[in-house]
Design a protein around this ligand. Structure first.
Ligand code: DGL
Length: 274
């Protein structure tokens, strides 16, 4: 990847909606001095149930808009878009493009002891086979078991992340991964880190042994840290976070603060048209 250095240009991040704020949060923690421009395509979410052609078209639209902010690097925070549109974006853009799948895959390979890795993701990401390819590019001996977990998306948006309902959903989605006895589960969707605790606890109970749950948002932020020169980050200057959304849903503030892990008051939020 090209040397991006720390210059005044911001890092662009996009997702199908607000879920990618989990990635923005991890990036802010890893690179606090960097300015970030986050685009959430809230008017067209979800991407996870759409065809690859449609997701590629949407991803190009998001990337082109972010380029108008003179970004130095693009992070594709959406796993579904990373799964189907990364190659197309890399071919079109002259700046570095980082997806969330390869960092998540690498962290999964580093975590596993048994070589049996489960992946929870949207139907679109599972159908793309992107995690299998990414994990096998790290280590071809790994066994990968990908499972779509679509109900986790609305549960995370609703803030319904613990208790009987998410546990029941987790039991259903995890059963196929329990049957093949994985020891590591990669959260291959922007929304799933909010359910991390429930997913971990239910998986460990059903498996009868501990399991490592890998958050691809954290893994992406670590990968980004290796790319961007953090010299200025140590000076203590706080970077800015600007948020662009294609629709301003009524419950925007509560959803955004859940994904960001803090109240959104005082944030620069702007509604745009793509
Ligand atoms: N951002 C999507 C992902 O990470 C999840 C939500 C959606 O389906 O758009 O795959």
């Amino acid at each position: 990847m090209a040397d991006t250095g720390h210059v005044a240009k911001p890092i662009g991040i996009f997702d199908s909606g607000l879920g990618g704020l989990t990635v923005a949060r991890a990036i802010r923690a890893a690179l606090p001095a960097e300015d970030l421009v986050y685009l959430g395509d809230t008017a067209r979410v979800p991407y996870g149930t759409r065809s690859a052609e449609t997701v590629i078209k949407y991803a190009i639209g998001c990337a082109e808009r972010l380029l108008s902010y003179d970004i130095k690097l693009l992070v594709v925070a959406c796993n579904t878009a990373s799964g189907v549109a990364l190659g197309e974006l890399e071919a079109r853009l002259s700046i570095p493009v980082l997806g969330v799948i390869q960092p998540g895959a690498k962290a999964g390979v580093q975590a596993t002891r048994s070589g049996r890795i489960g992946v929870l993701a949207t139907s679109g990401t599972v159908a793309s086979g992107a995690y299998e390819r990414a994990i096998h590019s790290e280590n071809s001996a790994m066994r990968v078991f990908a499972q779509a977990a679509p109900l986790f998306v609305p549960l995370a948006e609703e803030g319904w992340v613990t208790g009987a309902v998410p546990r029941l959903a987790a039991e259903r989605y995890l059963q196929p991964l329990v049957e093949v006895d994985v020891d590591t589960i990669v959260l291959g969707c922007t929304h799933y880190p909010l359910l991390n605790e429930t997913i971990h606890d239910v998986a460990a109970e059903l498996l009868g042994h501990d399991v490592v749950v890998v958050d691809s948002a954290e893994a992406t932020a670590s990968a980004l840290r290796e790319t961007v020169d953090t010299g200025v980050a140590e000076s203590g200057t706080a970077g800015e976070l600007r948020i662009l959304v294609t629709d301003l849903p009524g419950q925007f503030a509560s959803s955004a603060s859940r994904f960001l892990g803090k109240p959104v008051q005082g944030l620069d939020i702007q509604a745009i048209d793509l």
